[in-house]
Design a protein around this ligand. Structure first.
Ligand code: PLP
Length: 465
């Protein structure tokens, strides 16, 4: 109740409009469904719902323009100020200014360095967050927004999420101890790395890990069944925490702005190469660029899952079944955020092709690059970053004179089993990981059976809204 009063008395300050305002201020941004059947909603509703009732992804009605002053003088702004200025128009008056500032400050509360690897290739290291993968930023932002909205609603919200590895850890960490939010993570037994499993199963409190005897697809299917179960959703407020949720998708723009702040080449905008699976991250970069961030070109760096590289050749989008690779966080057959990418380019294939190149990289090439870059440059890539590096290198070879950044999306220690045999060297385990390894795993075993999931969710009052 008091939250509502704060919201009502909250008004736009001059400092903010100076950075982002432009000719028309955006108050209370609306989000519409890309399936165009459900009603537009506010940021708060889009965050709580995750997906629109018509199963479409939410998309902002307007794309705000970043004030030119922020771009031209980006070195003069703190990371926190940049982050606030970029995110504020997407929330409008949904949250008091001081709350949003607190949330963005906590979201980017770790280093995001830009490291030169060769003369024209830079690595943007996105793995210095608590779970050592780039998903920390989106998960931290979303968890704090949802926590704020849950307190205002005075009801419990349950986040239900299936993970193949990295999402679960980031979501668990982001939501740990957030009042009013319970998190249920489904993961396939024996199919996540030991570091990833410990990140999911050792926190306790409001984080519940369900170890499913089955595959990632089984887990995802169970989650979808729960969302479609009207009987269940009457008593529980369920939401998702993957990149279809606007509160996870939108803050990923910040990487690109913060990279630009560190970009050392004065007279030329960077090419960005983004290791891509569900295309949430690259889509956020494209949104940043349409908002006014200088970007020369985008590269979608894909593994053997090559739906988008093929699409860019002939305009045929043919979804296949996912192929398993050593960059497993990108083993996605039908990238759900690609509909947002198309919307950003007005559904125009030729417009998209002007700004985006996509490559498919094999596991063999990935291994070779990890070895070569370690030996020749002394830089250790993880398998996902390696796909980004190779794709950027390929593009720069056919476009001489340009320079670029690849996003290093995970710490190599998360993929020890792949990386150590390639380089023949032990990777030093960071303290954040070392401290959880001896902890007791705490998971609830279940079959890939919807009845069992429903029973787990309804047997106690823990998840009741
Ligand atoms: C999730 C993930 C990706 C893919 O990101 P999308 O936004 O799904 O394209 C790439 N690398 C790592 C390490 C990831 O965890």
């Amino acid at each position: 109740m008091c939250g509502l009063q704060i919201e009502k008395s909250f008004s736009f300050g001059l400092d903010r409009t100076a950075f982002m305002g432009g000719p028309h201020k955006i108050i209370g941004m609306k989000y519409y469904s890309l399936n165009h059947k459900s009603e537009p909603v506010s940021f708060r509703e889009a965050t709580i719902l995750g997906q629109a009732p018509d199963k479409g992804l939410y998309f902002p009605e307007q794309i705000p323009r970043v004030n030119q002053n922020l771009i031209s003088n980006i070195h003069d702004f703190s990371n926190e100020e940049i982050a606030f200025s970029v995110m504020q128009p997407y929330l409008g008056d949904e949250m008091p200014e001081e709350m949003l500032r607190k949330i963005v400050n906590e979201t980017i509360d770790f280093p995001i360095p830009l490291i030169p690897v060769t003369g024209n290739i830079f690595s943007l290291e996105l793995f210095h967050g608590p779970t050592l993968a780039f998903k920390d930023v989106g998960a931290r932002f979303m968890s704090r927004c949802l926590g704020y909205f849950a307190v205002k609603n005075a009801g419990k919200i349950t986040v239900l999420v299936a993970t193949s590895g990295d999402t679960g850890g980031a979501v668990a960490n982001g939501f740990y101890g957030v009042d009013g939010v319970e998190v249920v993570i489904l993961y396939p037994a024996g199919k996540v790395s030991s570091v990833q499993e410990k990140q999911l199963t050792t926190l306790g409190k409001n984080i519940h890990a369900l170890e499913v005897s089955g595959t990632f697809d089984d887990c995802q299917h169970l989650v979808k069944q729960a969302f479609a179960d009207k009987d269940l959703t009457q008593t529980l407020s369920l939401t998702s925490a993957n990149s279809i949720n606007v509160a996870r998708w939108l803050p990923q723009q910040l990487y690109y702005f913060l990279a630009y702040k560190r970009w050392p080449v004065a007279d030329q905008a960077p090419v960005f190469s983004v290791p891509s699976g569900n295309f949430g991250n690259i889509c956020a970069g494209m949104l940043a660029s349409i908002s006014g961030l200088p970007v020369k070109h985008f590269i979608a760096a894909c593994n053997a899952n090559d739906v988008v590289p093929n699409y860019l050749v002939d305009g045929q989008f043919i979804a296949k079944t996912a192929v398993q690779t050593i960059s497993n966080a990108m083993d996605v057959a039908n990238p759900s955020n690609f509909v947002r990418v198309m919307q950003l380019f007005d559904q125009n294939f030729f417009k998209l092709k002007e700004k985006l190149t996509a490559y498919s990289v094999s596991d063999g090439e990935t291994r070779e690059a990890i070895k070569k870059v370690k030996i020749e440059r002394g830089y250790l890539l993880d398998p996902h970053g390696a796909v980004g590096y190779i794709s950027l290198d390929r593009y720069l070879e056919s476009n001489p004179g340009l320079k670029g950044i690849f996003l290093e999306t995970a710490h190599p220690v998360k993929f020890l089993d792949v990386v150590e045999p390639i380089t023949g060297e032990k990777i030093q385990v960071p303290s954040t990981v070392a401290s959880i390894l001896p902890k007791q795993k705490n998971s609830h075993l279940m079959n890939a059976d919807y009845g069992e999931l429903k029973e787990f969710l309804t047997q106690s009052d823990v998840f009741k809204n």
